[in-house]
Write a protein that binds this ligand. Structure first.
Ligand SMILES: [Fe+2]
Length: 305
């Protein structure tokens, strides 16, 4: 029937050991060296040794063989080679070199997050009780991989590959910066392709229960090492999600995220027109320069990453 989820990613880093320790502390469960599970999404992150930090591969869950056939035909039309077997289709995004796999697999089933009762003017659902969010909580456990953001040296071509070839849908666009928020599920975005001087992985984002879970988890990571802090706590304008960004030891950003917009009716959703939304943030601390242009990009461009 269609693409239904961002199933997993493979990230290359020059020195996996400290990066593995970071993602264990981040709340993912390392089941085998370099293989990490989220609470609901199964194995969603693989770390591999590579000459520089980069997104090496992503796997997208699809419902059935028709989806593979549709993508194969669309990629052929774009002139992008693809290899197909019974349950998967593999292609390489030519600008970034990311290996993309479409795999037939079951849809993700997530248990509903517990409702947090929030008192507000005129309504007080929580009476005679402290907020659960103010009580000690167990360590963070990201529920699933939410999205990945990559820079591409030719963002229009990369977008064409993912949208016209693979079958992603466009949720919002920011023409001023040439960025496209695209989805392969009902989440507002599973992939953002933005222009860059070179192709690189900007960040991965991991879904948390709510804003308190984002705040707690971000604060715990920063308490462990203040140098990890990048940007947060805030709420994005596009996608509406709360965010807190941290930096892993390889230089990739990792985001705790919650309350992302969900799109199930194409007709009911309006793709944002240029200038309709501030591109980055509804509220939050000032955007750090290093978020817009990560500090290691010049070195990566020189091949020193
Ligand atoms: Fe994000």
């Amino acid at each position: 029937m269609s693409l239904h989820r961002l199933a997993s990613i493979t990230v290359g880093v020059p020195e996996p050991e400290p990066v593995r320790a970071f993602y264990r502390e981040f709340g993912l469960v390392e089941t085998r060296p370099g293989r990490f599970e989220s609470a609901d999404g199964g194995e969603q992150l693989r770390l591999q040794a590579a000459s520089r930090r980069s997104l090496l591969a992503l796997t997208i869950g699809v419902d059935d063989a028709d989806d593979l056939g549709r993508a194969a035909a669309a990629l052929a039309k774009l002139g992008a080679p693809a290899a197909r077997d019974g349950s998967a289709l593999r292609a390489i995004e030519p600008v970034t070199g990311v290996r993309v796999e479409l795999a037939i697999e079951p849809r993700i089933a997530q248990k509903a997050a517990p409702t947090l009762e929030l008192n507000a003017p005129g309504r007080s659902p929580r009476l005679n009780a402290r907020s659960r969010a103010a009580l000690p909580a167990s360590p963070a456990r990201p529920r699933k991989l939410s999205h990945v953001v990559i820079a591409s040296a030719n963002a229009p071509a990369s977008k064409r590959f993912f949208v016209e070839g693979i079958g992603f849908r466009v949720s919002d666009e920011v023409p001023a910066i040439g960025a496209s928020f695209i989805r392969c599920s009902s989440d507002h975005h599973n992939l953002l392709v933005q222009p860059g001087p070179i192709s690189f992985l900007h960040h991965t984002a991991w879904e948390m229960d709510d804003v308190d879970a984002v705040g707690r988890a971000g604060a715990a990571m920063v308490a462990g090492d203040a140098a990890r802090h990048v940007w947060g706590l805030g709420r994005h304008a596009i996608g509406s999600n709360y965010f807190w960004y941290l930096r892993d030891p390889a230089g990739n950003f990792a985001e705790y995220s919650s309350d992302l917009d969900v799109i199930v009716d194409e007709e009911a959703w309006r793709v944002a027109a240029s200038g309709a939304l501030h591109p980055l943030v509804a509220w939050g601390p000032p955007v750090p320069r290093s978020f817009l242009a990560p500090d290691d990009i010049a070195a990566l461009a020189r091949g020193e990453g």
